[in-house]
Design a protein around this ligand. Structure first.
Ligand SMILES: Nc1ncnc2c1ncn2[C@@H]1O[C@H](COP(=O)(O)OP(=O)(O)OP(=O)(O)O)[C@@H](O)[C@H]1O
Ligand SMILES: [Mg+2]
Length: 487
């Protein structure tokens, strides 16, 4: 006689048994429990419906004929609602036709009554094994998905973002990444490049606000020898350096007017003209642009060209701020803390209360600020466990206390860090974990003392031309509430 015990991999199954025949139910449930399974047993379809919605089962073992319906009705509901479990239908004599139908509708198998316990044990074991294998495959696929380019994306807000980034990686269209500072725009740009057909070719990043107009122009498009004072050698330019690969235009919203004109030409004609050259050069670079500026406002005020916007925004992906995806915070903390520990050479783990405090904070500087806070906490912690009081975060407003807007929190924090650095903006930007030009813009916005970076505040003289939507492009009006997705 064959051994009725289930395969080892399928022990401890969570099984729901549905049969109105009490004696049979008790016998079968007792037998399955004796094999090490957890068994819930119910008599009616109604009870079965309630039970499968109340807790997860790996296998439902249902009689074909029930009081107010059939086991096939239950099977249909389970499949319709994509409840992840296997179903085995139990049929009496003459139920072969229904049994075949059950298999066609997605049951794992059927068993005939009177039950052979040997057959039941084997069938249950195999069904459980199949279910677990399938779940493993799904879990692996999900883990692979969230591992896209090292982007932590377990939250409901981030999962669709990663799907969009995957689609962007499969295409060669230009991509515009929007999002507050520190939300991972550069990380996303690199991930898209690495998963695109251009992986292995250069990924070249350029910060459009970091250089004055003429210098940025020659940085991007190159120059010929003698084209301006100091141009004592020919220079190829970053567009050509990115040939075959991806050019990442960071903070594209800050690109001065003349650079915007050159960018538009490069995007429309796939040619660039080095400063001082007589001829254009062909170029094949995929453009990924990013900005944390409000491009609608920039366009409304004539500082950003509408036609350039449309060229860049074939694909638009909005990266949500960290406060809108708090579920990701605990998952981000692990690897960020590991990084901080590696850099500092100190050992550190984090207490549950400190973790809760991190998950509750609003993170105006997003993931970059989280990384920075963890880095400082590792240094500030007295022992090897980071406690709540070790976190360099502003005091939360108490009940009835003043509730600050995010902007106000950011303004005060910048003020405090600047004071801490004795007004040294280079150090302050480093401590805040943001690029220097971003700090200058924030200082200006909050009316804190600053001197603008050259080129950053250059006025744009050309009024944007009347928008002509490019073929397959978006409608002429820029969308007021821009959404992630393909136009
Ligand atoms: N979803 C994420 N998962 C893991 N790390 C992330 C994620 N988002 C951002 N980071 C990390 O946070 C830091 C900031 O990200 P990144 O530089 O890409 O932001 P950004 O949007 O380009 O910011 P800015 O607008 O200030 O340039 C990086 O160290 C990055 O690796
Ligand atoms: Mg960036």
């Amino acid at each position: 006689m064959s051994d009725p015990r289930p395969p080892a991999a399928a022990a401890g199954g969570k099984i729901l048994l549905v049969d109105d025949d009490r004696a049979l139910r008790e016998m079968a449930a007792g037998f399955l429990r004796s094999l090490g399974h957890e068994v819930d047993d119910v008599a009616t379809l109604e009870q079965a419906r309630a039970r499968i919605r109340a807790r997860p089962f790996e296998l439902v073992l249902a009689d074909l004929i029930l009081e107010h319906g059939t086991g096939l009705d239950l099977l249909a509901e389970i499949r319709r609602e994509a409840i992840p479990c296997e179903v085995i239908i139990m049929t009496g004599h003459g139920g072969v036709e229904s049994a075949v139908q059950a298999i066609r509708e997605g049951a794992y198998d059927y068993v005939t009554k009177p039950l052979s316990l040997t057959r039941l044990a084997l069938d249950v074991g195999r069904a459980l094994e199949k279910h677990r294998l399938e779940q493993d495959v799904l879990r692996l696929a999900a883990a692979k998905d969230s591992a896209f380019g090292g982007i932590t994306a377990a939250s409901a807000a981030m999962r669709p973002v990663v799907s969009l980034l995957r689609r962007a990686a499969d295409s060669d269209s230009n991509l515009l990444l929007l999002g507050e500072s520190g939300t991972g725009k550069e990380l996303a740009a690199r991930a898209v490049h690495e998963h695109s057909r251009r992986a292995g070719q250069p990924f070249v990043a350029v910060h459009c606000g970091a250089l004055p107009g003429e210098l940025l122009e020659s940085e991007l498009f190159g120059h010929v020898r003698g084209s301006f004072t100091g141009a004592d050698r020919e220079r190829k330019g970053l567009f050509l350096a990115a040939n075959g690969g991806t050019l990442f235009l960071d903070e594209v919203g800050t690109a001065p007017a003349r650079v915007q004109v050159g960018l538009l030409r490069a995007l429309q004609e796939r040619r660039v003209r080095p400063v001082g050259a007589e001829q254009d050069l062909p170029v094949d670079a995929r453009i990924v642009a990013a900005t944390n500026a409000d491009l609608d406002a920039e366009m409304a005020e004539g500082r950003f060209r509408l036609d350039l916007y449309y060229r860049l925004a074939t694909f638009v992906v909005q990266l949500p701020p960290l406060r809108e995806r708090r579920e990701d915070i605990p998952l981000l903390v692990g690897p960020l803390l590991e990084d901080a520990v590696r850099r500092s050479g100190r050992r550190a783990t984090i207490s549950p209360r400190a973790l809760a405090r991190l998950a509750g904070y609003d993170w105006p500087g997003n993931v970059r600020e989280l990384a920075h806070v963890l880095e400082r906490a590792v240094l500030l912690a007295e022992g090897s466990v980071i406690r709540e009081q070790d976190l360099p975060l502003p005091e939360p407003a108490g009940p009835g206390g003043e509730v600050l807007t995010l902007e106000e929190v950011e303004r005060r924090h910048i003020e405090q860090v600047l004071a801490q650095c004795g007004g040294n903006k280079v150090r302050a930007a480093r401590l805040l974990g943001i690029p220097r030009p971003n700090l200058y813009r924030k200082l200006e916005r909050y009316g804190l003392e600053t001197g603008p970076l050259p080129g950053e505040l250059e006025p744009v003289n050309e009024a944007p031309p009347a928008p002509a939507a490019p073929a397959g492009g978006p409608a002429a009006e820029p969308p007021r509430r821009r959404q992630s997705g393909l136009f």
